[in-house]
Structures are given as structure tokens and as C-alpha cells.
Write a protein that binds this ligand. Structure first.
Ligand code: ZN
Length: 430
């Protein structure tokens, strides 16, 4: 049985990985300096030249790149090779602000394919498997990215794309699909649909799922695993899935360190934090040609762990992102992310229509969460409402380590501005 496992890279010594990173970073910084005027300008403003970067230990000297930089340079201001060398372009949906376009040379596509193939191999994929790609294809990177990886592994690849649940289930049954790739919310929906059709986990041929492109919780993982009788794995993306992937240990994602360098910084000061600290995740792509990113601030709050993994890989692991640095609240000294609160609500079957109200009474912070009920769950039975509120209070305490007050409110009663609910009201600043 052919496997795409590359122990000489994935299980390489720390010294070997560092040697690759040092060499590639030095080359990449020169490439960017020579070919991308806006990177060069930012380096000049910081007083850094390529000569200052002799190894990955000098990475901290480089300026950061933000999402705003990507948008401001739309469509191709950060592209480091002539258009004639690019073979593909992808783009974000552009629902907030401007779009971001990412360009790829054939070399970039090959290394991206390599990352996705490792991810599929790490969940047990081989040429014996049938891999159904239920991520969207097109300008979105999810579908094509994992499709490339699946074919490199040698799986029978099903490019079904997203949606059309009945057809998804039919293909899973008829082809005996063993690996499913899609967003976690779609996986949960597929699982429920199969359950409603009377399919029990032992009647579902799937053994593993690779679920990414949106935040999901450990509870959601357990639910999906139980409904479908599979192992559910996480994957991390940065202009394409596969930057980091989960292995059989299911305890964080191995970062493809031969292609990317990860750092954790203090989101307020930009200072690099020691390994094991919680902070904002920053990525540098060290061997991409067309669209290299230097110290890209992901805004994801995360911890990096370098410890021996039961799978044998030595690549550093990142934990599941704990939230976004731009919306972190500090309540009674505890870091709270709206996404954590949302996770608890979704896990209890509530829609993501809620409002978080932070206040202060006699120098103690208060946390109130207003949650909309759906039309189906709406009731005027006070006892029932109190029981459900208590359930959410317990769920929030377990997630945040904080006591919150929960109020269930009538459907569609939370005010929306331009169609979106105002999530957080912090009255402490007044
Ligand atoms: Zn591992």
C-alpha cells in the first residue's frame, strides 16, 4: 500500500528543520526585497535590509504584514513574480471590505499540494481510500486544495463540491467514501441528515473527516464523531488549506515547518513571546514564489507546542485557535472571546443571534448574554425558560471559567444594523 508519508521531513530533527528554515528565509527575504516594492518600503521604514536577516533568529526584525496590507495591495501589489510565471489565482469572497487575491506559480501549487497530501495521509489516507471533497470549488481554496492533495496521495477523489446533501449521501453510500473533507458545520449537517434517514454509524462507510475553514469546538468534534462513527480532524489555512494539519493524536495541528515559520506575539506590543505562551499567531511563508507573506498577523489567538507526538512527527503543533485578537474582551481579568460564547450557544442548538453586554458594578465586571430563541423553541413557560437559561450559564462557566447571566429573548428581538447583529456592547468604557 502506497503512503505519502515523508518521515525525512515530518519527523526531522529540530536542527534539520531550523537549517531548512534559515536557508529558505534568507532567500525569501531577498526575493521579496528585490521584487515587491511595498515590502521593500516597509523594510526600509523599519531600517532593515536583507543583510540583517542571516537566520530565522533574525525574523523578529522584519515588519509585520496585516490583512489591511493584503487588501490595500489588491489585486496584485504583493505579487513577487511576473504575471507570466503565475498559473492560478484564488480570491476571498470579499464580504467584509475588499477582496484579497492570492497568486500561485506551479512551484507554489506543488508545495500546497504537498501540504494537503500530508494532511490526508496524517488521518490515515492512502491509495485505498475514497476521498469526497465537499468544500466549495472555484475561487475558494478549500475544494481545489484538498482535491490536489487527495490525488497526490492516490485516493479515488470525488470532486463533488459543497451543497446538495442528498447527492452527497448517495455518493458516500454508492462509492463507499472513507474520507470526507468539508466545513465542520456542513459535516454536522450531513451527519444529522444521515441520522434522520435512519443511517446508523456502522452503516456509514466514512472513517475520517478533515474539517476546516471555520472555527469549531471540541464539543462539535465529539458530536460529529458520534453521529457518523468517524474520527474528525482539524486543518488550518492561510491562502489555502494545509498550512497545519491534525494527526491521529487529535491534539493540535502540526505546522508544515519546511514551508512556514510560525511565531506567537503579544497582540498589543508585537513582541515575540516564548514558546508555549498564548498570543497571536504569525506566519511567514518561506518558499512561496508568487505571493510570499512575511510575518503575516493571522489575528488568531493560539499556543505553539513542541513536544514529542505519538504519531512520530516532530513538526511543531498549534492548538485550535482560541479566538481572534481583535475582538478579545477582558472580563474580571479573564480573556473572553465572543467566538467562545457563540460556540456554547451553537452547541446547545441556539442560532448565532446574541448580544454580549459587559458592564461594571462597584468595580466588578459583569457579563450578560442575551440569546434569541428560534421560532420553534419559543415558549412562554417560565419554568422551561429558566431551565434553558441555567443550562447555558453552566455551559458558559465550563467554557470561560466565568459566571455569566443569560437571558433568553424572543425571536428577532435583537437589533440588527445592516442585517448583522451588534455582538458586543461594552458599557465599561463610558
Ligand atoms: Zn502528531
Amino acid at each position: 500500500m502506497e503512503r505519502y508519508f515523508q518521515p525525512e521531513i515530518e519527523c526531522a530533527s529540530r536542527e534539520q528543520i531550523k537549517a531548512w528554515q534559515d536557508e529558505r528565509l534568507v532567500k525569501q527575504v531577498r526575493h521579496v526585497w528585490d521584487n515587491v516594492p511595498s515590502y521593500r518600503k516597509k523594510m526600509e521604514e523599519k531600517g532593515v535590509t536583507p543583510e540583517d536577516i542571516q537566520s530565522s533568529a533574525d525574523l523578529y526584525k522584519l515588519p509585520f504584514t496585516s490583512k489591511a496590507d493584503l487588501r490595500d495591495n489588491y489585486p496584485d501589489g504583493l505579487v513577487a513574480v511576473p504575471r507570466s510565471k503565475c498559473v492560478r489565482v484564488h480570491a476571498t469572497s470579499g464580504t467584509t471590505g475588499k477582496r484579497v487575491m492570492a497568486f500561485y506559480t506551479q512551484h507554489d501549487i506543488d508545495l500546497w499540494t504537498d501540504c494537503c497530501a500530508r494532511a490526508i495521509t496524517a488521518v490515515g489516507g492512502s491509495e485505498e481510500d475514497v476521498c469526497q471533497i465537499a468544500y466549495g470549488y472555484g475561487m475558494f481554496t478549500g475544494g481545489i486544495g484538498l482535491d490536489q492533495g487527495s490525488r497526490r496521495v492516490g485516493c479515488l477523489t470525488v470532486p463533488i463540491s459543497s451543497g446538495n446533501t442528498d447527492r452527497q449521501i448517495q455518493f458516500i453510500r454508492d462509492l463507499g467514501t472513507t474520507i470526507l473533507c468539508c466545513t465542520p458545520s456542513y459535516a454536522a449537517y450531513l451527519g444529522e441528515s444521515m441520522h434522520e434517514m435512519g443511517m446508523t454509524p456502522d452503516q456509514i462507510p466514512l472513517k475520517a473527516g478533515i474539517f476546516g475553514a471555520e472555527a469549531w469546538s471540541e464539543e462539535m468534534r465529539q458530536d460529529i464523531q458520534k453521529t457518523m462513527g468517524i474520527k474528525a480532524y482539524d486543518i488550518y489555512e492561510l491562502s489555502g488549506p494545509g498550512v497545519a494539519f491534525e494527526c491521529s493524536a487529535q491534539s493540535g495541528m502540526h505546522i508544515n515547518e519546511d514551508h512556514f515559520i510560525a511565531e506567537i506575539i503579544d497582540p498589543d506590543t508585537g513582541e515575540v513571546l516564548p514558546e508555549g505562551s498564548k498570543g497571536e499567531l504569525v506566519f511567514t511563508s518561506i518558499d512561496k514564489e508568487a505571493f510570499p507573506l512575511l510575518r503575516y498577523r493571522t489575528r488568531d489567538i493560539c499556543i505553539l507546542k513542541r513536544e514529542k507526538c505519538s504519531c512520530g512527527r516532530t513538526l511543531v503543533k498549534m492548538c485550535k485557535p482560541m479566538g481572534r485578537s481583535d475582538d478579545m474582551l477582558i472580563i474580571r481579568g479573564v480573556n473572553v472571546f465572543p467566538s467562545q460564547i457563540e460556540t456554547v450557544l451553537l452547541n446547545h442548538g441556539y442560532p448565532a443571534n446574541y448580544q454580549i453586554i459587559v458592564g461594571r458594578v462597584k468595580s466588578t465586571d459583569t457579563l450578560d448574554v442575551h440569546v434569541e430563541m428560534t421560532t420553534e423553541m419559543f415558549t412562554d413557560n417560565v419554568g422551561e425558560i429558566e431551565r434553558r437559561q441555567k443550562q447555558l450559564v453552566d455551559g458558559l462557566r465550563a467554557m470561560l471559567g466565568l459566571a455569566a447571566k443569560v437571558t433568553l429573548v424572543a425571536p428577532k428581538s435583537i437589533v440588527r444594523s445592516e442585517g448583522k447583529a451588534v455582538r458586543v456592547i461594552d458599557n465599561r468604557k463610558i
